[in-house]
Design a protein around this ligand. Structure first.
Ligand code: HSE
Length: 297
């Protein structure tokens, strides 16, 4: 039976002001999805790996199963789940992106990566309630991505240090979306537009200082940080240790800090320690902006 193995990265969406628009791929953690031809006309899903127990295997509840259904190719899917679940690191986007790419190769469906983004985004409905494409675009293209009005602009900045620290608390994406306001103040809009502009310029220049400034935002952070115990203390600790910007990864609870590559150890230690002071354990990834999903035969 023919099969294709795809490695797909964890991703971090929003980056502050780019809510549902910006996404980056992380060099690690990554997960592997094996997509095999199916002998039946139904998709089946197996899950293994560190976080495997928490991933649903029913195709209707799993982003990968929804993608297989949308592409019209029943397949056998094995997900090696190495991205923490419900952590804000795109654990549902990576299998969706990997499955879309895997089926494209296995069945020679001829879709472009951009087509695959819109297909994989459909999978996100089960976790977020809407097909937001920020994580899946980053998982498929790698680098920094702007998703807006059915267009994707992908930029590949170099040597941008990212420290992602995931506290062991759960945040439900649907709930974290419900608390957001329907209207915002003009002054907040102006501030966030400035931040998004800094972020984009910083990525084009591979400039971690400008990227760090671009992480500041006036709408989302304050509201969503209520779900992350010790948020402001962790942010302060990261900044004191050399972070150039700190924000919530996706809908959280992971916090990401941008920095020069050589500051990541100090920042990770400082963030973990600050969480510990709030009696929260965490797992850290000292990583960088990295590549998108890749087929490995
Ligand atoms: N843009 C999405 C949100 C990402 O913030 O709700 C979810 O991980």
């Amino acid at each position: 039976m023919r099969s294709v193995k795809v490695r797909a990265p964890a991703t971090s969406a929003n980056l502050g002001a780019g809510f549902d628009i910006f996404g980056i791929a992380l060099d690690k953690p990554r997960l592997i999805v094996e997509v095999s031809e199916s002998s039946s006309d139904e998709t089946s899903i197996d899950v293994t790996g560190t976080y495997g127990e928490k991933v649903p295997t029913s195709p209707e509840e799993n982003t990968a199963g929804i993608v297989a259904e949308a592409m019209g190719h029943p397949v056998q899917i094995t997900i090696h789940a190495e991205i923490p679940i419900s952590s804000g690191l795109g654990s549902s986007a990576a299998p969706a992106a990997a499955t879309a790419l895997g089926i494209n190769v296995l069945h020679n469906t001829g879709h472009s990566r951009e087509d695959l983004v819109w297909i994989a985004a459909e999978g996100e409905r089960v976790s977020a309630g809407i097909p937001h494409a920020d994580n899946v675009a980053a998982a498929l293209f790698g680098g920094f991505n702007i998703v807006h009005e059915r267009r994707i602009v992908s930029i590949k900045p170099k040597n941008i240090g990212i420290t992602a620290v995931s506290p062991f608390v759960k945040v439900n994406t649907k709930k974290a979306r419900k608390i957001l306001p329907l209207k915002i103040k003009m002054s907040d809009f102006v501030f966030n537009a400035g931040s998004a502009a800094f972020m984009t310029a910083g990525m084009l220049r591979s400039d971690p200082e400008l990227i760090g400034l671009g992480m500041e935002n006036h709408v989302i952070e304050e509201l969503r940080s209520q779900f992350i115990p010790g948020y402001m203390d962790v942010k302060k600790a990261a900044t004191a240790a050399g972070a150039l910007g700190v924000t919530i990864s996706g809908s959280g609870p992971t916090m990401i800090a941008v920095s020069r590559l050589n500051q990541r150890d100090r920042i990770a230690n400082a963030m973990k320690q600050a969480f510990r002071e709030h009696d929260i354990d965490s797992i850290e990834y000292k990583t960088m902006i990295g590549a998108g999903a890749q087929v490995s035969r």
